[in-house]
Design a protein around this ligand. Structure first.
Ligand SMILES: O=C(O)COP(=O)(O)O
Length: 230
């Protein structure tokens, strides 16, 4: 039931970052191509980069190098040059962060609204913490969340449910009062593994597959739906 006197039905909302709160692929693509160009390798397309998002930025770099060199991820992982290429990419990505990323419409308003409802807010991303921090910083989002868990914050990353369990435990919220909002099959699997409800947005990065295939509890068109729930 909805109505102006109804409270928001969750005490904790956990958001994915890339493709959910922030459109990050264009500047990740720039940083990848800065790196590939420096190695004399062919550029990646934006569509390819969008498909590689989901398992963390280091995995994305490995996928890009495999594609550009015509090898596979295993060969790239075993290659001697990976550490220095990774360090080069790191510089490029830190420099590119904030140049071509943008918040999706309604994000700031939805977060502000949920705050007024006393809802605890978390980011759960597979992005490494050093990049998560830069992206949240350039978009003035660092103070918007009660907890941020990145791909290297815990011994495991999504779809392992440990990240969700950590938030439930930190805020003493039962599973039934927690919601995961994401954009991919990884987010759907994380939420299911943790036993919490999952809503997915169709505007992000789902490795090229339609979001309906993930069978979320709901597909939501945009962030206005979050405010409409109260
Ligand atoms: O960096 C990635 O590949 C994934 O990030 P996400 O978990 O925020 O979608």
């Amino acid at each position: 039931m909805r109505g102006e006197h109804m409270a928001f039905p969750y005490d904790l909302v956990m958001f994915d970052l890339d493709g959910t709160l922030v459109e990050t692929a264009p500047e990740i693509c720039d940083a990848v191509n800065d790196t590939l160009h420096g190695l004399g390798l062919p550029a990646a397309s934006l569509a390819e980069v969008e498909r590689w998002i989901g398992h963390g930025t280091h995995e994305l770099l490995i996928a890009a190098l495999a594609c550009a060199t015509g090898t596979d991820a295993q060969a790239v992982r075993a290659s001697k040059g990976l550490a220095s290429t990774s360090a080069t990419f790191d510089k490029h990505y830190q420099r590119r962060c904030g140049t071509r990323s943008r918040l999706y419409p309604g994000v700031r308003e939805a977060l502000a609204f949920l705050r007024t409802q006393g809802v605890k807010l978390a980011v759960i991303t597979n992005k490494e913490a050093r990049y998560t921090d830069t992206v949240l910083g350039v978009h003035q989002l660092r103070d918007s969340f009660d907890r941020v868990i990145s791909g290297d914050s815990l011994p495991t990353k999504k779809p392992d449910p440990a990240c969700v369990h950590a938030c439930l435990h930190a805020f003493d919220v039962p599973k039934t009062r927690a919601l995961f909002v994401g954009d991919s099959s990884i987010d759907a699997a994380t939420a299911r593994n943790a036993g919490v409800e999952v809503w997915l947005l169709p505007h992000g990065y789902n490795m090229g597959a339609p979001i309906q295939q993930c069978r979320p509890d709901r597909v939501i068109a945009d962030f206005s739906v979050l405010a409409a729930e109260a």
